[in-house]
Design a protein around this ligand. Structure first.
Ligand SMILES: [Zn+2]
Length: 355
């Protein structure tokens, strides 16, 4: 795998460095038609809407989740990003046994068939929102994904009952909407098609991403997945999984407030290194902390991709005390940081779509 990918990465180096970064001194903003589209005020507007109390925590299958999906769909359409399917909405169903029987919601046809044979089972209607920028090659894709669902409302909570999910994951949806707009506005036709996928049901069992990959056809046509999940705060990379290898902190990778956990599967080690150089050379105000993520680890929507051998990059700014609490509010986000991460995502997508 590595040997096969290395010549391609070497050949793509020039593309990576130009036109955005060739010859740019560090600290100088790069000139790029797409990059210049990405703006803090647009990201702020997306986050303020998606994380508002009116959307009631964007729970999968609930009205607030459906409004979020409609908002994302309308933004893609307004900005000239085409629907990937006949429409932008990829509707699907998930099933589980009755609540008292336990068992998670599933989208695999075998699981659904088995649950339907039970005397009591549950059904959830969900929808991914999926747009794309067409590439020159018809059967090669890079998938950029971020889940838009969150935890909804808990009426039994004392005080604020709404899980607004500003960091988790309105931050990433806002960033990805800007990246999609940037590609559409740049007029660039990449080598590979770039899919912009906004997943439903992540907080339940990674349902949206799993359904998409499961129904995609041959996953070998997906050359990479860039996953964004929680990109607006500052926190720890939890050692949830023994497979994560976390590097020691150094002055370079722990700049206060600007750290980005840049996680990657080993087959994207060269891409991750190039991205770090591009972040530095472009003067982006984020400090990447790279770490390898193993294929068996679960933690976000990238899992559906690693499971099928698709190379993955995951952008993540870490766990913080407001994680999965009603305190995950829009006014606590670092919007400058989200903006810089959106730019880094654009550069990473440009590279992976052309290499
Ligand atoms: Zn999340």
């Amino acid at each position: 795998m590595k040997r096969a990918i290395m010549p391609a990465l070497a050949a793509g180096l020039c593309l990576w460095l130009s036109p955005a970064f060739a010859g740019k001194p560090a600290g100088q903003p790069a000139a790029d038609a797409g990059l210049s589209i990405i703006a803090r005020k647009t990201i702020e507007a997306h986050v303020e809407f998606l994380a508002s109390d009116a959307l009631e925590g964007r729970e999968a299958g609930k009205p607030g989740g459906r409004v979020a999906a409609e908002y994302i769909r309308a933004e893609l359409k307004k900005n000239g990003v085409k629907p990937f399917f006949d429409t932008y909405l990829q509707r699907f169903e998930a099933y589980s046994p009755a609540r008292e029987k336990g068992g998670a919601f599933q989208v695999h046809p075998d699981s659904i068939a088995a649950y339907k044979r039970l005397s009591a089972h549950r059904k959830l209607r969900l929808q991914n929102v999926v747009g794309y920028i067409e590439g020159r090659q018809s059967n090669e894709f890079v998938v950029l994904g971020a889940h838009y669902d969150h935890l909804g409302v808990d009426d039994l909570l004392v005080g604020d009952p709404i899980y607004n999910g500003a960091d988790d994951n309105a931050s990433s949806v806002a960033a990805l909407l800007q990246v999609a707009q940037a590609f559409a506005a740049s007029g660039k036709k990449p080598q590979r098609s770039i899919i912009f996928a906004f997943w439903d049901g992540e907080e339940i069992n990674y349902l949206g991403s799993e359904y998409f990959v499961q129904s995609f056809g041959n996953p070998a046509h997906i050359k990479a997945n860039i996953n964004l999940d929680m990109v607006g705060r500052e926190g720890l990379m939890p050692v949830l999984y023994p497979e994560f290898s976390i590097p020691e902190a150094t002055p370079e990778n722990t700049a206060t407030g600007s750290q980005l956990h840049l996680l990657y599967t080993e087959d994207l080690a060269a891409a991750a290194a190039h991205l770090q150089a591009a972040i530095r050379d472009g003067g982006l105000q984020i400090a990447p902390r790279p770490a390898v993520i193993a294929r068996r680890s679960r933690g976000s929507d990238y899992f559906a991709f690693t499971l099928r051998g698709v190379p993955v990059l995951w952008f993540f700014t870490g766990l913080h005390p407001d994680y999965h609490t009603p305190g995950d509010e829009a006014d606590r986000l670092n919007l400058d940081k989200v903006t810089e991460i959106a730019k880094a995502t654009y550069l990473a997508a440009l590279y992976l779509a052309n290499t």
